[in-house]
Design a binder for this molecule. Sequence first.
Ligand SMILES: O=P(O)(O)OC[C@H]1O[C@](O)(CO)[C@@H](O)[C@@H]1O
Length: 192
Amino acid sequence: MMILPSQASFSPSNGRLSGEQVNRAVRRLKDLRGLFADEAAFLAMDPEQIVYEVHAHDACGPVEGGLFFGVSTLFPGKVGQEYFMTKGHIHERRNRGEYYWGIEGRGALVTMNERREATVAVIEPGSLHYVPGNTAHRIANTGNVPLVVGACWPADAGHDYDAIAERGFPVRIVEENGAPVVRNREDERDGR
Ligand SMILES: O=P(O)(O)OC[C@H]1O[C@](O)(CO)[C@@H](O)[C@@H]1O
């Protein structure tokens, strides 16, 4: 019998993920153009500012039956009144689901199904969230410290951004009177 060493190192308390097969992807403000309601506020900010980074353990490549394991770190901040958020996607293979869990910080998981019905769940340390297939998803950081969220998803799920780009999600997570609230996009006159 062969005793194998750990393939990577993961700390459940702070989400730090490292090792040979761990890839790091960074998204800057300039990668999120057009997603925030307040375009003027967006243009006044540093486009190179890092909004979030994703560390993912890729042990198998994008194969059917495989799994990816990742940790997203979404930094605190706002564009106008709207909290920093991930780009958001639906899986290319539509029926693939995903697990998320809160590790550090506080935020919101926003989902949208094929009928454009949205849900919003509070993410906090220890919270667990199952995103079913056929459901677009994004997270927003509603706190003052980095939001660290773990995720596990099928390796062949893929990311489809174009399918949701035109109309976006039906809700926004914004600050009102110092607290996060859910705002319906239908209440906006323009923009998304
Ligand atoms: O791809 P997005 O929408 O920028 O989200 C960030 C990441 O969150 C995950 O859903 C989980 O880490 C990844 O699949 C994705 O790359």
